[in-house]
Design a binder for this molecule. Structure first.
Ligand code: AMP
Length: 281
């Protein structure tokens, strides 16, 4: 695995590879890698010639400075894991490399309603930060294909929008969520859960699965209330339990028996904020 810290050197290397008709797949991450991230790499390897992974904890996407400060960092272990699965290139930029002019007066993206609902509503500025860093990374790597996890469902929609906005013909590949044995979606933030909370955390999966199993034509509020009960019993403090159109993310309050839906949850267990989702209908 070749490690680059400078975008210019990475760009030069990838340009050479491109001139030899090698296709590039890009997997952006914030590190503290787990099997979910490695699955993205393995998925990319099925489709393209060169896998480029990045690790960069992007300060501009954290609406909570404490969350940024406490974001887990396990770089040595991450490098070993990436080597083991045969990643070709790792991009490890510094904050200065990504934001040479500083982080004030950064670009603003007109994301419309995507920024006012769900994660956009509860994490103001988060998707602006996601777009600011992803625009830079995409222009530096210029991948043929981009691999991201369905675990961050709304982020996938935002980045698909960004690719169109940047007029890039990069193919977007959404990879299904990898879960622990008890259903908990793998996440770097799980490392911050104390042992006792880790056991309770699978309630988020059970709540989603309850909605999926009991989905019926008509009002959705009773199902949301039942899911809230499951989460509260496990000690979660809920931010949202939403049912939305799976293609547009428009929130729904009833189901016609036909529409594809996605259920999405964000909730705190202690001071750790977890999100998850499940498609249904
Ligand atoms: P992060 O490091 O949390 O920013 O995640 C980097 C990429 O990995 C994003 O595209 C995430 O959606 C994806 N990802 C995170 N957790 C999982 C998971 N459990 N299964 C599949 N993909 C994931």
């Amino acid at each position: 695995m070749i490690i680059f810290k400078q975008a210019a050197a990475l760009g030069k290397y990838l340009e050479q590879q491109g001139s030899m008709q090698r296709k590039t797949g890009f997997i952006p991450t914030m590190g503290a890698l787990h099997e979910g991230h490695l699955t993205l790499v393995k998925e990319a390897q099925k489709h393209i010639d060169i896998t480029v992974c990045s690790i960069f904890v992007n300060p501009t996407q954290f609406n909570d400075p404490n969350d940024y400060k406490k974001y887990p960092k396990t770089l040595d272990k991450d490098i070993c894991q990436l080597e083991k699965v045969g990643t070709d290139v790792l991009f490890l930029p510094s904050v200065d490399e990504m934001y040479p002019q500083g982080m004030h007066q950064l670009e603003h993206y007109d994301l419309g309603y995507l920024e006012t609902i769900l994660e956009g509503q509860f994490r103001p500025g988060h998707f602006q930060g996601v777009c600011q860093v992803m625009a830079r990374l995409l222009q530096q790597v210029r991948p043929d294909q981009l691999f991201m996890g369905q675990k961050d469902y709304q982020q996938c929609m935002v980045v698909k929008w960004l690719l169109k906005y940047l007029k890039m013909d990069t193919k977007f590949v959404a990879v299904p969520t990898i879960r622990e044995a008890d259903g908990l979606a793998m996440s770097s933030r799980n490392m911050r859960l104390p042992e006792a909370d880790r056991k309770k955390a699978s309630a988020i999966y059970r709540a989603l699965d309850h909605i999926r199993q009991h989905l019926a034509i008509g009002a959705l509020a009773p199902l949301q209330a039942e899911a809230a009960g499951i989460l509260e019993q496990a000690g979660f403090k809920i931010e949202y339990i939403a049912l939305a159109d799976a293609d547009t993310l428009a929130p729904q309050d009833s189901w016609d028996g036909q529409q594809h839906l996605v259920a999405l949850i964000a909730a705190f267990l202690g001071e750790v904020r977890l999100i998850d989702n499940m498609r249904m209908g």
